[in-house]
Write a protein that binds this ligand. Structure first.
Ligand code: NAP
Ligand code: G4F
Length: 366
């Protein structure tokens, strides 16, 4: 049985990766930081195995800023594969907390690589680094032949991407210096009903569900013309696992190769609940109205402005297709439908619980 060590377990990617690795009979060591509130709702279903003898999960507490703990953990567990998913991954927040982001996303990768090396596991342990599409920053979208691939020049546009660029290069450096198996997964945006609530797709689908159920009046956004290639996290974790099953380490762009605007995602989400919108004015004054009631449902709020923005991204993911034989199964419309439906179910359930006197925790800023 292979042993996997996974960092960043409370959110979206980990939960899908854990489901996949369980099917493949891995022993999983999951590490999470201590929080004062319980935040394991995305993964609780995985741990509710009543048969103790089936237990293949081991929880360890740790934080990306704590190297001593990681050195001990790696030496004790001796993992065959390490999936490094933990990160302060919100771009806007990284402008507010640049130093923390550099430490937690950049230097952290060095800490874990060193932990593998000092435990003498550099020849046996495969390391996976969750890198990001937005390392490339600018794109000239008038020249589609310039679609970016693994070797395009990089121009990160936020403290988060600068930290991730360091992380990617230090992993490449350990591969070249110590012959470690280090692969970078250069990911486009991937979403799901388990996506954190403050990324734009989930923020939209939650708001649409709440508006439909009369629980929210309006959705506030910024930069509706930003274009993203949105895939399903379930598809993307499969690529993650495939990368570590290769004979040689390599870097791969993982994308669906279709790019849409935030505006498209808003429209599709409202279409799922049979609300048709029409927009008036433009840029910061943009407002969207329900064509039946002429109620304003979407507005621009400059609060979400980013000091530097990436407006457009489209990458060439042909290497993953030819080498890993990886293909995304979900289209962005299917993804959007699943997210809206899941949010409607969630809020209907929450309302039912509240009507029976239970408290339901709510979050959401940015
Ligand atoms: P996510 O939802 O933001 O989850 C990040 C995880 O890291 C959470 O479990 C979080 O724990 C943990 N974490 C953050 N800071 C930590 C710290 N100081 N110590 C310990 N744990 C910490 O991210 P995701 O969307 O699942 O993405 C996984 C990875 O892929 C990230 O590295 C992200 O940067 C990268 N990525 C994601 C996308 C995407 O579109 N989803 C695209 C490109 C790259 P808490 O629950 O305690 O906060
Ligand atoms: O959903 P977002 O916050 O994702 P962003 O910035 O593209 O970053 C995500 O994908 C990266 C990979 O490509 C990851 F590395 C990163 O960790 C993260 O998972 O924003 C998408 C777009 C942006 O252009 C943003 O400015 O939507 C725009 N947007 C417009 N209004 C908004 C909002 N974004 C957020 N979060 N909230 C808004 O109200």
């Amino acid at each position: 049985m292979k042993k996997a060590l996974i960092t960043g377990i409370t959110w979206q990617d980990w939960s899908y990766l854990a489901e996949l690795l369980l099917e493949k009979w891995y022993e999983i060591h999951w590490v999470k930081r201590r929080t004062s509130l319980i935040n394991t709702d995305r993964i609780d279903h995985i741990f509710q195995d009543p048969h103790e003898e089936n237990k293949k999960f081991f929880l360890h507490y740790w934080d990306t800023t704590d190297s001593g703990n990681m050195i001990k953990l790696v030496a004790d567990v001796k993992p065959d594969e390490v999936y490094n998913l933990a990160a302060q991954s919100h771009v806007h927040v990284s402008f507010d907390m640049p130093e923390y982001t550099a430490n937690s996303d950049g230097i952290w990768t060095l800490r874990i690589l060193e932990a593998i090396r000092v435990a003498w596991l550099e020849k046996s342990c495969k390391f996976y680094q969750a890198s990001t599409s937005e390392l490339f920053g600018w794109m000239d979208y008038n020249r589609p032949e310039a679609w970016y691939n693994e070797s395009s020049p990089m121009h990160p546009r936020s403290p988060y991407w600068c930290a991730k660029l360091y992380a990617m290069w230090i992993a490449r450096n350990y591969k070249e210096s110590y012959w470690m198996f280090c692969s970078n997964w250069i990911l486009f945006n991937h979403e799901s009903p388990r996506r954190w609530e403050t990324f734009v797709t989930r923020k939209i689908t939650m708001a649409v569900a709440k508006i439909k159920l009369w629980l929210q009046e309006k959705l506030y956004l910024w930069n509706l013309d930003a274009k993203r290639d949105w895939g399903h996290a379930k598809d993307y974790v499969e690529a993650m696992w495939l990368m570590l099953q290769q004979d040689k380490p390599d870097d791969f762009v993982i994308a669906t190769w279709v790019s849409n605007t935030v505006r498209d995602f808003v429209n599709w989400s409202f279409e799922e609940v049979w609300i048709k919108l029409e927009w008036r004015y433009s840029w910061v004054d943009e407002k969207w109205y329900d064509v039946e009631t002429w109620k304003c449902l979407v507005e621009v709020d400059p609060k979400y402005f980013r000091p530097a923005e990436v407006n457009y991204l489209l990458w060439n993911a042909s290497k993953a297709r030819t080498v890993l034989w990886w293909e995304p199964k979900y289209t962005v419309r299917e993804l959007c439908k699943e997210m809206v439906r899941s949010d409607i179910e969630k809020f209907e359930r929450d309302e039912l619980l509240k009507s029976h006197g239970y408290t339901v925790l709510n979050q959401c800023e940015w």
